[in-house]
Design a protein around this ligand. Structure first.
Ligand SMILES: NC(=O)c1ccc[n+]([C@@H]2O[C@H](COP(=O)([O-])OP(=O)(O)OC[C@H]3O[C@@H](n4cnc5c(N)ncnc54)[C@H](O)[C@@H]3O)[C@@H](O)[C@H]2O)c1
Ligand SMILES: [Zn+2]
Length: 365
């Protein structure tokens, strides 16, 4: 059978290097790609009910056709139940019961929740087994499936507080799976794409615009975003040099908003959209970004129906409380990602809490 054409993005991490394959229908290559890469032939596939109902069949078919022995398991779909120690423990028990030993490949089919949770299971099962990501949301394709951060939450203490760096051995992002993604999830994922354009690739705004008009090449756009994420991860795999922090553009205020709203009220990308608008405006005031640059970011977010104005019910004090909870202020100042220009981000040490409060107020206008 001929294979659908795809883009390949190589993530260069020495002995932990891997490829990300992006294309329409590329999931049908899964089994054969795993065999080519010499991955263990016994496969534990984790998905949730929703995604499984829509996309599991072709995955199992491709694995079987390549001679791989796969068993599918379900994990809970929600952030709360899915990304939990309880779900990870249950997954490990399921694998023991089904007789999986060290020579196992764990495959995650789904969005970031499944990817993070099943990735964590892969990191801890028998002290670590090979892992393959099959992201099915925009966010998980351009962000969470690449970079090796896996983990679960401790609710109510903190999100993503338990985890491990465990790079996948292969990522296959099939843009065809996005056709079943709810509109709100689709839009939310574009907040991260717009973030990538803002920090690294100003020209990409034109491609995003085309996709917004349903005229663009979606797989090419996803591959371009994966390449950006990959280049940042390659330069700072374990988040030690500070470069990986550039990916947090829009996330300081965005996370404050996400937490203040109560997790689940706003989707991640919706909260980040507001954080991006605020961070762009702070860049105009502090680091030379032209007002037109900030407008470009805001207009593009609005094109995907993402919020660009703070809802009245979200109180500034509440947002600031949550923001202080996960960020350190040193002598009243905080590390904050700003833009000098579209496509040119840096970490500033100069932003004060007062400036952040003003900018949150400004988000209401
Ligand atoms: N590891 C990382 O580096 C990293 C980076 C960013 C975000 N994350 C994590 O990612 C998670 C969010 O991921 P997400 O935005 O993909 O959300 P998600 O995994 O919750 O998926 C969103 C919803 O869409 C459904 N869905 C997924 N694919 C579908 C499809 N093709 N068709 C129909 N429905 C589909 C899911 O069942 C779910 O209900 C958060 O937990 C966040 O912390 C991790
Ligand atoms: Zn994000």
């Amino acid at each position: 059978m001929s294979q659908p054409a795809h883009h390949t993005v190589h993530v260069n991490l020495g002995s932990r290097s891997y490829d990300v394959l992006v294309g329409d229908g590329v999931l049908q290559n899964l089994g054969q790609q795993m065999v080519t890469r010499g991955l263990p032939q016994r496969v534990a596939v984790f998905t949730n009910k929703e995604v499984g109902a829509k996309h599991l069949k072709p995955v199992m078919k491709s694995l079987a056709a390549a001679g791989l022995k796969a068993v599918a398991f379900e994990m809970p779909a929600t952030e709360k139940a899915g990304k939990s120690m309880k779900a990870a423990e249950k997954a490990c028990r399921d694998m023991v019961k089904a007789g999986f030993d060290r020579k196992t490949t764990v495959v995650a089919l789904g969005g970031g929740v499944i990817g993070d949770a099943a990735g964590f299971v892969a990191a801890i099962y028998q002290r670590g087994v090979p892992f393959v990501q099959l992201p099915t949301t925009v966010l998980s394709m351009v962000d969470s499936s690449v970079g090796g951060k896996t983990g679960v939450n401790l609710i109510p203490e903190a999100k993503n507080i338990i985890g491990a760096f465990h790079q996948p051995r292969l990522v296959i992002a099939d843009s065809k799976t996005l056709r079943t993604l709810p509109k709100r999830e689709w839009n939310s994922g574009f907040a991260e794409i717009i973030k990538h354009a803002a920090i690294r690739d100003a020209k990409m705004f034109e491609e995003i615009e085309k996709v917004a008009k349903r005229k663009g090449d979606l797989a090419a756009l996803i591959a371009r975003n994966v390449a950006i994420k990959a280049s940042v991860v390659e330069a700072d795999e374990h988040e030690t040099s500070g470069l990986r922090a550039l990916l947090n553009f829009g996330h300081t205020i965005g996370h404050g908003i996400e937490a203040a709203a109560g997790y689940g009220k706003l989707l991640h990308g919706e909260a980040i959209s507001l954080g991006l608008v605020a961070a762009a405006r702070l860049s105009v005031r502090n680091s030379g970004l032209e007002a037109a640059g900030a407008e470009r970011i805001r207009d593009m977010l609005a094109r995907f129906d993402l919020p660009v104005r703070l809802p009245k019910w979200l109180r500034t004090a509440e947002i600031v409380k949550h923001l202080m909870h996960d960020k350190k202020f040193d002598a009243g100042k905080i590390r904050f990602v700003l833009l000098r220009d579209l496509g040119d981000a840096f970490v500033s040490q100069q932003i004060t809490l007062d400036q952040i409060k003003e900018e949150i107020e400004e988000l209401r206008r």
